[in-house]
Design a protein around this ligand. Structure first.
Ligand SMILES: [Zn+2]
Length: 128
C-alpha cells in the first residue's frame, strides 16, 4: 500500500543526508536509513514532468538494487523525495492515480509523475 510506504518514509525525515546535487541545485543523490541499521542510496533523475527514482544498497554507489525498489517505488525513494521537497521549502503528497493527484492540485501545486528506475511502477505527487 502506498499509504504504508508514505508513513514509513515520513518517519525517516531528519535522518536523510543529501550527498549530491544536480546543476539546478536540487538534491540528486541521498543517503537514506532503512530497517536494521541499513543505509540506502537513492538517486533521483529529473525529466520533464517526471522524476525517476532509483534505490541501491549501501552508502556508496553499488549496483545492488533495494528489493523494495524492484517491485515498486520503495519507501526509501519516497523518503528521499519528501526530503528533497523540504529542502526547497515544499511539501509533497503522493497518489496512486493521476486523477486523484489532478483533483488535489486544484487546491494548488504541480502534479509530477514518479517512476521507479527498476520497477517502472508509477505514482503521482503534488508538490506545493
Ligand atoms: Zn529502497
Amino acid at each position: 500500500m502506498l499509504k504504508d510506504r508514505v508513513d514509513e518514509a515520513k518517519k525517516l525525515q531528519g535522518f536523510i543526508q543529501i550527498m549530491d546535487r544536480d546543476r539546478a541545485g536540487k538534491p540528486c543523490k541521498l543517503n537514506v536509513p532503512g530497517h536494521e541499521g541499513r543505509r540506502y542510496t537513492v538517486i533521483l533523475r529529473r525529466q520533464k514532468g517526471k522524476l525517476l527514482a532509483e534505490c541501491l544498497h549501501g552508502e556508496a554507489s553499488s549496483n545492488w538494487p533495494c528489493e523494495g525498489s524492484i517491485q515498486s517505488v520503495c519507501y526509501h525513494c519516497l523518503a528521499a523525495i519528501i526530503a528533497t521537497a523540504a529542502d526547497s521549502g515544499k511539501k509533497v503528497t503522493f497518489f496512486e492515480e493521476y486523477k486523484d493527484a489532478k483533483n488535489y492540485s486544484n487546491f494548488g501545486g504541480v502534479v509530477c509523475l514518479v517512476e521507479g528506475w527498476k520497477s517502472h511502477k508509477q505514482l503521482f505527487m503534488v508538490v506545493k
